[in-house]
Ligand binder design. Structure first.
Ligand SMILES: Nc1ncnc2c1ncn2[C@@H]1O[C@H](COP(=O)(O)OP(=O)(O)OP(=O)(O)O)[C@@H](O)[C@H]1O
Ligand SMILES: [Mg+2]
Length: 470
């Protein structure tokens, strides 16, 4: 009997051991295989596509920008449709209570007749998972899930994800204030202005003004307006929002877009005079802008035409955008307008307080040339500089023109050859200007025609006289 019990005992132990081994290894492996095959079958039969946007992503588990953008986008829809909402208090905001979808809530959205489902969810909590993470809360990972029929995959991934919100690309323009061809005095003035703005939170609060600053950059094409915006953005390290007004449907859409900007934002409207009917003279302006454009750019013109037809952003809408309460919603906002025709803008748009600082970008003078020579040829001085300095006193050439001539055309082109090619171009330009001046003398009876020809571009005299405007 005793022997039987011993055998039973060892049999039981063996069974327990085998069971433990099976339990430990096989079920997991089997479950995985089973899961993979089940998923395959489901994928074949399930006609929907799901995209997940986790709140925290990347190696350092930073808060995902896509998640934030979706949250903002859905907060409008969801606060009307979802039954369970979550209220968040946003510090420094005019409207401190923000409603968003609660976890496990689902809302339906429609885009171009296609139905889509958004769900806010959370993975099961794991109290230990993030105990060392600064970024993520310990109560599970939140995410949004977008579900739609697979036949609409292209529409959703190409158009819907982008619609009514900013498309996001990494800003990688290499321009800095150091490489910007401009007088050092002007550069320092702009840098100081930016620094004062960046550190001015308390000051703006004290004087009761929204923390924002408007810059108007004006000057002929190729003088570095866009380059300066890039330098400003790199210096401030803010997000840059390039606002193409002609593509914005109306003032409401403009407002929506601005609400979606981040709290450290540079909002850029390039060629403001060509964008919209801001003064009630759209046709006149647009004709002029079109004249400026080379004849071989029909596509841009056509595009503007069709966009303009549908765009109903008005001057007052734009002024509201500058002054509006959105800009006071806790954050530093810089608004930059650029134009080639500053005189033609509506005074209401550029009055002090809206566009706080007017910066003229003008033709290339010797100091600016030296920056370009350093950038392009890595030289600080050269015996040909004296000749170039004299020519730049009289020639109306933009930094873009100078840069083009300084760029070596082939690998074995040396500094001297590049500088000589610039001198040649400058001499040609001066000769042309002299010739044009003589023609002007002849046509003195028709001064208005010449004014039209200049069309807001500074002449050599203008630039010398006005220089940098505050
Ligand atoms: N001040 C500058 N400093 C350095 N590079 C410049 C400067 N101005 C122009 N450039 C060079 O010329 C090119 C054109 O300049 P940019 O696009 O900034 O001109 P813009 O004033 O914005 O012209 P547009 O009015 O046509 O938009 C730039 O890519 C840059 O290489
Ligand atoms: Mg530009």
């Amino acid at each position: 009997m005793g022997e039987l019990w011993t055998q039973m005992g060892s049999l039981m132990a063996t069974i327990m051991f085998v069971y433990a081994m099976v339990e430990r290894f096989f079920p997991a492996a089997l479950r995985d295989t089973l899961q993979i095959h089940t998923q395959k079958v489901v994928n074949m039969l399930y006609p929907y596509v799901q995209i997940t946007f986790p709140e925290f992503s990347g190696e350092r588990l930073k808060r995902s920008e896509a998640y934030t953008a979706i949250q903002t986008y859905l907060s409008e829809n969801s606060s009307q449709l979802a039954k369970r909402l979550k209220a968040d208090v946003v510090k420094d905001s005019q409207n401190p209570l923000v409603l968003s979808m609660d976890d496990d809530e689902e809302v339906t959205d429609e885009f171009q007749g296609v139905k889509l489902w958004w769900a806010a969810s959370k993975t099961a909590s794991n109290p230990h998972a993030y105990s060392f993470s600064y970024y993520s809360p310990p109560d599970g990972k939140r995410y949004f899930k977008l579900t739609f029929h697979k036949k609409h995959r292209d529409l959703v991934t190409v158009s819907y994800i982008k619609h009514s919100k900013w498309s996001h690309i990494v800003f990688e323009h290499p321009a800095t204030f150091e490489t910007l061809a401009m007088e050092q005095r002007k550069k320092d003035e702009i840098i100081n202005d930016l620094v004062k703005f960046r550190n001015g939170k308390d000051y703006y609060a004290k004087i009761g003004k929204a923390w924002k600053r408007g810059y108007l950059l004006y000057g002929p094409p190729g003088t570095g307006k866009s380059t300066m915006i890039a330098a400003m953005a790199n210096f401030m390290n803010y997000d840059v929002y390039d606002l193409e007004l002609t593509a914005v449907k109306d003032n409401t859409e403009l407002r929506k877009l601005l609400i979606e900007t981040s709290s450290k934002a540079i909002i850029v409207v390039e060629d403001i005079d060509c964008s919209l009917d801001l003064t009630g003279q759209r046709n006149m302006k647009r004709e002029r802008c079109e004249e400026e454009e080379p004849k071989d750019y029909p596509s841009k013109k056509d595009e503007d035409e069709s966009n303009n037809k549908s765009s109903k952003v008005t001057l007052s809408g734009l002024l509201n955008f500058i002054d509006g309460i959105w800009s006071a919603c806790g954050g530093e906002r810089i608004i930059i307008f650029t134009t080639n025709f500053v005189d033609k803008l509506d005074p209401a748009l550029i009055r002090t307080g809206r566009m706080d600082k007017h910066i003229e970008l003008s033709y290339c003078r010797f100091e600016a040339f030296k920056v370009l020579a350093k950038n392009y040829l890595d030289v600080d001085s050269h015996h040909l500089f004296a000749r170039i300095a004299t020519l730049l006193e009289v020639a109306c050439v933009t930094p873009a023109d100078v840069a083009e001539n300084l760029m070596p055309k082939c690998v074995n082109e040396d500094v001297e050859t590049c500088l000589l090619s610039l001198i040649q171009a400058l001499e040609k330009k001066v000769a042309e200007e002299l010739e044009a001046g003589m023609d002007e003398e002849k046509d003195k009876e028709e001064p208005t025609e010449q004014e039209e020809k200049n069309n807001g571009h500074s002449t050599v005299e203008d630039v010398k006289e006005n220089g940098f405007m505050l």
